[in-house]
Design a protein around this ligand. Structure first.
Ligand SMILES: Cc1cc2nc3c(=O)[nH]c(=O)nc-3n(C[C@H](O)[C@H](O)[C@H](O)COP(=O)(O)OP(=O)(O)OC[C@H]3O[C@@H](n4cnc5c(N)ncnc54)[C@H](O)[C@@H]3O)c2cc1C
Ligand code: SF4
Ligand code: SF4
Ligand code: SF4
Length: 855
C-alpha cells in the first residue's frame, strides 16, 4: 500500500513513523512545503527569548535522519498544489507539476499564521511565530537592531508566551487584543483577569478590547495603530491566530468548515481513502460531541498515531478532545485548563455550578510551597465534572491531567475525593489539592458552603452586602474585622438577617466563620471565593450607607477626605499647627487611629497627619475625641491652609524663630480666617534661611529668614586666606585686587559670613525676613517673587501676610491661585498694594467670595 502524507511536522511525521512501525512493507511518502520537518513549534517563543539557545535545538529531526530512522520517504520543499480524488493522485509543486499516485492520502498540512488585512504587515520588523525561520528571524532582528519596545498582537497562549520571552530579553512589551479578556475560550474571564494582573505586575502592558488598525512605518515598523491610539514599537509580533492550510483542497469536494477539514472518529474525510489529522482538521469535543478545532501539538500527535493504527488495519475510534492546554507565562505563573469553561458549559446546556478555590499546592511548610488557584466547573444535577482551570507556580499540568482522566471517564466531583493520590511534602498535600478543590465544590453543591464566585462579585452581586474582614488579624483597610477566636462576642455586632460578606485571605477562614455564624442563627452570610488573594476588592457599600455628594463635601470641609477606593471610608487630617506636636499629641493621634481608623497614619507633604481608613460613622466620634484632646481636623477648602515651617528655630543655619512665627500665622490666619473664603486655597510656608528646605518660594506666600551683612570694606586688609570668601556657600564674594569684592546680586543674605572677618569687615548685619509671593507647586509650578524689602520685624511680616490674603480675597477670581492673580494684576501693582496701599479690611471681609479649590 502506498500512503502519501501532505505535511511533515507534528501530525504528518507521527502518522508516517507509526505506520512504518506497524506496517513496514507499506510505502509511506511525505511531501512537505518547507525545508524542515518535525520541528518544535511549541519551542519557538523560547528560542526568541534565548532559553533555547541554538537553532538546531528547534529541529527534532532532519529529513535525512527521520527517513533513516523510520523508513518514511521525505520530500521537502515540495508543496502539494492539487488532489485528484478520482485518479487518486496529487500534484507536487506548481512549476514542475510532479504527479504522484496514492492508495491512501493523509492530509496533515496544518495551519498558517493569520495575518489580519491591515496596512503595514509586510514592513520590516513585523514577525509571525509559526516556523523555526520566524523565530530565528525575530531573534536576529531584535539583537541586530537593539529593539527596546515590542507590541504583541494577540493575547492567546502563543502571544503571551512570546510576550514573556520578549520581557526576558529585556524589551518593554505591550500586548494588544481585540477580545475583552486575555486567552478567550481558554480561561473564563475572572481567571484571565487574574493572569492579566500578574502580567501587568511583571511590567507587561495589556490592552484588551483594542482593535488593530495597522502598523505604522515606511520601511521598518515603528508603531502599531490601534483603536486606542498609536503604540510605538521597534518590533511587532503577530499572534492573532491561525488559519488551516487547506486552500489547495478547495476543488476536491472534501467537506470543510471555514477551511478546516471535517473528519469522523476514524479521521476519515468524506472522500474515500483521504484522511486528515492535525491543525488542518476538525475533531469532536469529548463532552459535548460538537465539532471542535483543537489546533494543538498534543491532538496532532494523538490523532496522527491513531490514524496510523487505523491505516494499518485497526479500528480505533477517536474519543474526542477536551481542549487541554498548559502554558508557562512567567516565572511563578503557569496556567492549565481542560474541559469546558463555565461559559462553554452553559452554552452547551449544562446547569453549571463552579467554584474558585485557592489551595496549597504542596505541604505549606515545604520551602517552595505555593497556591493553586483552581476553578472547577460541574453539572449541578449530575455532579459530573466538566472542566478545570488552574493557575499557580507549581505543577498545574498535574491538576489538569487528573481532570482529563476524570472527565474522560465521566467522573462525578465526589468520585475524586477519596481517590488515593500520591502525597509527600515536596509534591502535594495530604488531601490532594485536586481532591480539596472537589471537596469545596461539593460543599457548595450541597449548600454547606454559600459563596459568591469572583465573577459574581466582580459583576456587583455583593453590592448590598456588608464586607467583613475574616483574616486572622485586621487586614482590609476600613473593613470591620471578625475575630474568629472570640466569635460569639464578634457576632453580636451584627443582625442575624444582615447581609454579610466574609472576605479572608483565600476563602477557607471565611468558610469557617460562615459555619460558626450559621450555628448562631445567621441566615444571610456569604463567603467571597478566592478571598483577597484572587479578587480585586471593591468599595464596600453596606446597605443604605452610600453617601450623598453634599455629605461627602461637608465632611471634606472638616478635613475628612474620601478614600477613593471606598464610598464610606475617609482619611482624616489632623492639623499640626507648624508640623510640631508634643508626644502627648502623638499618643492621642495614634490612639485615635487605632480606635476610629485602620490603625495607620500617613504624613502629608505639608506636615499634617492623616488618620487612615476611618469609616464614615466614626468621623464625628473621632473629631470629638481629637477636640477633647486639643487637636483639630481640617486643612481643606478655599481657605488659608495650615502653615508649613522648617525647623529653623533649632537648625544650625536658622536665622529666625520659625516655630514662633508660624504658630502666630496659624493662630491669626489659619484659625482667625477660618470662615473667610478665598478664591482658592492659600498656602504659606516659613523657612529659617535661604536653604529653602520647605520651599517657601513655591507657596502662595513664603517667608524666609535673612541675615544681611553690612560690609565695611574700608577695614579690609586683603588677607591671603579670606574667611568671608571661605564661608560664603554661593561664592558671592571674592578677592579682587587684594580686597574683598561682594557680588550683591549673588548674595542671598544667608549671613554665614557674619563676623567671620577678624578685622570686622562683616561684623555688622541686619536680621530680617524676605517675603515671596505667587509661588505654587503641583501640576503648574511657579516660583514666587520676593518683595523688594527686608522685613525686620515679625509684626511687619504678619501684617504683610494679612494684606496678601485680603488682596487675594478682594482681587482674585474664583478658581485662580494667588500666582495667577499676581500675574494678572502685575507684580509691581501687587507689591505696591502689599507695601504701601491702604487696605479696607472690614469691607473686604464682608464681600461674598466663592471658593474654587478642588482639593
Ligand atoms: C509558537 C507555538 C507554540 C505552540 N505551543 C504548543 C504547545 O505548547 N502545546 C501544544 O500542544 N501545541 C502547541 N502549538 C501548536 C502545535 O505546534 C501545532 O498544533 C502543531 O504543530 C500542529 O501540527 P500539524 O502537523 O498539524 O501542522 P503544522 O505544524 O502546521 O505542519 C504542517 C506542515 O504542512 C506543511 N504544508 C502546508 N500546506 C502544504 C501543502 N500544500 N503541501 C505540502 N506541505 C504543506 C506546512 O508547511 C507545515 O510544515 C504551538 C504552536 C506554535 C506556533
Ligand atoms: S531652611 Fe535653613 S533653617 Fe530651615 S531647616 Fe533648612 S537649613 Fe535649617
Ligand atoms: S574681608 Fe577680612 S578676612 Fe577677608 S580679606 Fe578682607 S580683612 Fe581679610
Ligand atoms: S550673606 Fe551669605 S551669600 Fe552673602 S556674602 Fe555672606 S555668606 Fe555669601
Amino acid at each position: 500500500m502506498k500512503v502519501v502524507i501532505i505535511g511533515g511536522v507534528a501530525a504528518g511525521t507521527k502518522v508516517g513513523a507509526k505506520l512504518k512501525r506497524e506496517n513496514p512493507q507499506d510505502e509511506v511518502v511525505i511531501y512537505t512545503k518547507g525545508s524542515d520537518i518535525s520541528y518544535a513549534g511549541c519551542g519557538l517563543p523560547y528560542y526568541i527569548g534565548g532559553t533555547i539557545e541554538e537553532e538546531e535545538e528547534l529541529i527534532v529531526n532532519t529529513p535525512k535522519k527521520f527517513s533513516a530512522l523510520t523508513g518514511v520517504q521525505v520530500h521537502t520543499n515540495s508543496e502539494v498544489v492539487s488532489v485528484d480524488k478520482l485518479a487518486k493522485t496529487i500534484v507536487v509543486n506548481a512549476e514542475e507539476k510532479i504527479e504522484v499516485s496514492y492508495d491512501k492520502l493523509v492530509i496533515a498540512s496544518g495551519a498558517e499564521s493569520f495575518v489580519p488585512p491591515v496596512e503595514g504587515t509586510s514592513l520590516q520588523g513585523v514577525f509571525k511565530v509559526r516556523t523555526p525561520k520566524d523565530a530565528i528571524d525575530t531573534r536576529k532582528y531584535i539583537d541586530e537592531r537593539g529593539c527596546k519596545r515590542a507590541v504583541v498582537i494577540g493575547g492567546g497562549f502563543i502571544g503571551l508566551e512570546v510576550a514573556e520571552n520578549l520581557v526576558q530579553k529585556g524589551l518593554s512589551v505591550t500586548v494588544v487584543d481585540m477580545a475583552s479578556q486575555l486567552m478567550p475560550n481558554i480561561f473564563d474571564k475572572e481567571m484571565a483577569d487574574y493572569v492579566r494582573r500578574e502580567l501587568q505586575k511583571k511590567g507587561v502592558r495589556i490592552m484588551t478590547s483594542t482593535e488593530l488598525k495597522g502598523i505604522s512605518g515606511t520601511v521598518v515598523a515603528t508603531g502599531v495603530e490601534t483603536g486606542a491610539g498609536m503604540i510605538p514599537a521597534d518590533i511587532v509580533m503577530m499572534a492573532v491566530g491561525i488559519r488551516p492550510a487547506t486552500q489547495f483542497l478547495n476543488d476536491t469536494g472534501i467537506e470543510m468548515f471555514k477551511g478546516t477539514i471535517l473528519t469522523d472518529q476514524y479521521h476519515r474525510t468524506n472522500v474515500e481513502d483521504i484522511y486528515a489529522v492535525g491543525d488542518c482538521a476538525l475533531v469532536t469535543n469529548r463532552i459535548t460531541g460538537e465539532r471542535q478545532w483543537s489546533a494543538m501539538g498534543s491532538t496532532a500527535n494523538i490523532a496522527g498515531r491513531q490514524l496510523a493504527l487505523n491505516l494499518s488495519g485497526e479500528q480505533s475510534e477517536y474519543a474526542g478532545c477536551l481542549g487541554t492546554g498548559v502554558v508557562h507565562l512567567f516565572e511563578g505563573l503557569n496556567g492549565a485548563r481542560t474541559g469546558l469553561t463555565e461559559e462553554q458549559a452553559a452554552a452547551a446546556g449544562f446547569d453549571v455550578v463552579s467554584v474558585v478555590s485557592v489551595i496549597n499546592d504542596k505541604a505549606h511548610y515545604y520551602p517552595d510551597a505555593d497556591s493553586f488557584i483552581v476553578k472547577m466547573i460541574a453539572d449541578k444535577a449530575s455532579h459530573r465534572l466538566l472542566g478545570i482551570q488552574v493557575i499557580g507556580s507549581g505543577a498545574v499540568d498535574k491538576m489538569a491531567d487528573i481532570a482529563v482522566t476524570g472527565i474522560s471517564m465521566k467522573a462525578k466531583v465526589e468520585d475524586f475525593i477519596t481517590m488515593d493520590f500520591a502525597y509527600a511534602p515536596p509534591f502535594s498535600t495530604a488531601i490532594h489539592p485536586f481532591a480539596a478543590a472537589c471537596g469545596i465544590l461539593l460543599n457548595k453543591m450541597e449548600g454547606k458552603f454559600d459563596s459568591f464566585t469572583p465573577a459574581e462579585y466582580a459583576a456587583g452581586k455583593a453590592k448590598d452586602y456588608r464586607m467583613i474582614d475574616a483574616h486572622p488579624a485586621p487586614t482590609i483597610a476600613g473593613v470591620e474585622w471578625f475575630d474568629l477566636l472570640h466569635s460569639e462576642e464578634a457576632a453580636k455586632k451584627y443582625n442575624k438577617d444582615e447581609k454579610l460578606l466574609l472576605v479572608c485571605a483565600k476563602g477557607k477562614r471565611g468558610y469557617l466563620i460562615q459555619n460558626r455564624l450559621r450555628s448562631y442563627g445567621f441566615t444571610n452570610v456569604k463567603v467571597l471565593e478566592g478571598g483577597k488573594y484572587f479578587n480585586v476588592l471593591k468599595k464596600t457599600i453596606p446597605a443604605g450607607k452610600k453617601l450623598p455628594a453634599t455629605e461627602i463635601k461637608r465632611v471634606k470641609g472638616l478635613g475628612c477626605l474620601q478614600d477613593k477606593r471606598y464610598d464610606n471610608i475617609f482619611n482624616v487630617r489632623v492639623i499640626t499647627k507648624n508640623g510640631k506636636i508634643t508626644t502627648k499629641e502623638h499618643h492621642i493621634v495614634a490612639e485615635a487611629a487605632e480606635q476610629f481608623g485602620s490603625g495607620e497614619i500617613t504624613m502629608t507633604t505639608r506636615l499634617t497627619l492623616e488618620i487612615q481608613g476611618v469609616p464614615y460613622e466614626n468621623i464625628e466620634p473621632l473629631i470629638a475625641f481629637l477636640n477633647e484632646n486639643g487637636l483639630e481636623t481640617g486643612g481643606t477648602g478655599s481657605l488659608v491652609r495650615p502653615v508649613v515651617s522648617c525647623k529653623g528655630t533649632t537648625c544650625q543655619y536658622g536665622l529666625i524663630d520659625t516655630f514662633g512665627i508660624s504658630e502666630k500665622i496659624h493662630e491669626r490666619f489659619y484659625k482667625g480666617y477660618h470662615d473667610v473664603t478665598l478664591p482658592h486655597k492659600f498656602k504659606i510656608a516659613v523657612g529659617g534661611c535661604p536653604n529653602n528646605c520647605v520651599k517657601p518660594n513655591l507657596n502662595d506666600l513664603g517667608i524666609i529668614g535673612q541675615r544681611m551683612p553690612m560690609f565695611d570694606l574700608s577695614k579690609c586688609r586683603g588677607c591671603k586666606n579670606c574667611q568671608v570668601v571661605n564661608n560664603c556657600p554661593v561664592h558671592a564674594t571674592s578677592l579682587e585686587n587684594g580686597k574683598l569684592y561682594v557680588d550683591t546680586q549673588a548674595c542671598n543674605d544667608c549671613g554665614r559670613c557674619a563676623n567671620k572677618c577678624p578685622f570686622g569687615v562683616s561684623a555688622e548685619y541686619q536680621n530680617g525676613y524676605k517675603i515671596y509671593i505667587g509661588g505654587r507647586w503641583g501640576k503648574k509650578v511657579a516660583h514666587g517673587q520676593a518683595l523688594d524689602k527686608l522685613f525686620t520685624s515679625e509684626e511687619e511680616v504678619l501684617d504683610t501676610v494679612e494684606r496678601a490674603i485680603l488682596l487675594f480675597r478682594n482681587e482674585g477670581i474664583t478658581g485662580e491661585r494667588f500666582a495667577d492673580t499676581v500675574n494678572r494684576l502685575g507684580f509691581e501693582y501687587v507689591q505696591d498694594k502689599l507695601l504701601h496701599a491702604q487696605i479696607d479690611k472690614d469691607t473686604i471681609l464682608k464681600k461674598v467670595v466663592k471658593g474654587g479649590a478642588t482639593c
